[in-house]
Unconditional design. Structure first.
Ligand SMILES: Cc1cc2nc3c(=O)[nH]c(=O)nc-3n(C[C@H](O)[C@H](O)[C@H](O)COP(=O)(O)O)c2cc1C
Ligand SMILES: Nc1ncnc2c1ncn2[C@@H]1O[C@H](COP(=O)(O)OP(=O)(O)O)[C@@H](O)[C@H]1O
Length: 314
């Protein structure tokens, strides 16, 4: 997949004819996948290259500073990995600046679509474009020049619309299964294993401290059944994870959140390795224990519970 960051529109014109899926696509959830899959199918049928256009940062950073979104379900690199795996040929990343946001609908169509060898545009029913987001899919179908427009309808699960906002809320509430259902896969946070306080090994539960390498939405603080993929070996392990401040040892107002995974049946040193943590189920909120023995007893129970939950996951 070729990735182009579009600082000047002319930079994106040097490629063959394309079918283009457009959207912010945070989460690349089931609704987004319906759009991407539709684009892949149309491209295949019409013998066009497969392209995606997305924006960075989230439009709310420019348009709605009070509600600006700086953490993501799928930060940019994560989106790149997913699109590449889906077989996308070209990824256009359009910097979402005030200038871009102020562009007229007609200019957007001319510069970013018609002049960009776009023969097919595929987007979700709620896609908007141009100044004040006044352009919508109906308008796009009216004003299209040199391309066809396909609108992908709302994707729902149990009559609830699949949405990035809802997935974020479910994660923040610890409703991992509901978030995962909408994503169509387990929620994932990728990062590097860093040094911690070296206490884990002394209590019989060494924990890999995972420092996220991008701004991911963090799930509700607490303990989870997880799987962990070690990128260098592609090996996937089961484990139990605490995300929080470790209030037994620290004053939460003075410390940072850490993500710590105790991996079952594992004893390698993996400092500095890149890993992916997949979130499967919330077990309990984080607690302040009166002493180490009480914490150890609870972690033993957490582990047993996680082993049961993960039994059928490979
Ligand atoms: C499954 C699990 C559950 C945990 N639950 C709590 C908790 O409720 N409260 C707490 O203060 N620390 C909790 N911890 C964090 C431990 O305090 C932490 O892993 C330990 O201090 C080791 O830290 P280190 O890796 O920085 O050495 C938990 C850790 C694990 C692996
Ligand atoms: N079963 C395991 N689960 C997690 N990490 C393990 C395990 N066995 C060994 N390790 C290694 O030990 C480190 C965790 O030990 P710990 O005493 O908690 O140190 P730290 O406080 O630096 O995280 C991990 O980063 C990893 O390199």
């Amino acid at each position: 997949m070729e990735t182009l960051v579009i600082n000047r529109v002319e930079e994106m014109y040097h490629h063959p004819d394309i079918a283009l899926a457009i959207g912010f696509f945070d989460g690349v959830h089931q609704g987004h996948l319906a759009v991407i899959n539709q684009m892949l199918e149309i491209a295949e049928n019409k013998n066009l290259k497969k392209a995606v256009m997305t924006f960075d940062p989230h439009p709310s950073v420019v348009l709605n500073p009070e509600k600006k979104r700086t953490d993501y379900l799928t930060p940019l690199n994560e989106k790149k990995r997913i699109f590449s795996a889906l077989g996308v040929d070209y990824l256009f990343i359009v910097p979402f600046t005030s200038r871009f946001a102020a562009m007229s609908e007609k200019d957007f169509i001319r510069d970013y679509l018609t002049n960009n060898h776009v023969k097919e545009v595929i987007a979700g029913f709620d896609f908007t474009y141009g100044k004040f987001g006044k352009g919508n899919m109906l308008k796009l179908a009216e004003d299209c020049q040199g391309f066809n427009v396909t609108t992908v309808s709302k994707k729902a699960i149990n009559e609830e619309k699949v949405s990035t906002t809802d997935i974020r809320e479910q994660l923040k509430a610890g409703h991992i299964k509901r978030a995962n259902e909408q994503l169509g896969r387990p929620y994932k946070i990728a990062g590097i294993v860093v040094q911690g306080e070296k206490r884990g090994r002394t209590i019989g539960f060494p924990t890999a401290n995972v420092m996220p390498d991008e701004d991911y939405v963090l799930p509700k603080l607490g303990v989870y059944a997880v799987t962990l993929k070690q990128n260098s070996t592609e090996e996937v392990y089961k484990g139990v994870c605490n995300i929080g401040y470790k209030p037994t040892f620290h004053d939460p107002s003075k410390s940072a959140v850490s993500i710590e995974v105790h991996i079952f049946d594992f004893s390698d040193s993996i400092y500095g390795e890149r890993v992916e943590v997949y979130w499967h189920e919330f077990l309990r909120p984080e607690q302040k224990f009166s002493g180490i023995d009480a914490l150890i007893a609870q972690i033993n129970q957490d582990k047993e519970q996680a082993v049961q939950i993960l039994r059928d996951i490979k």
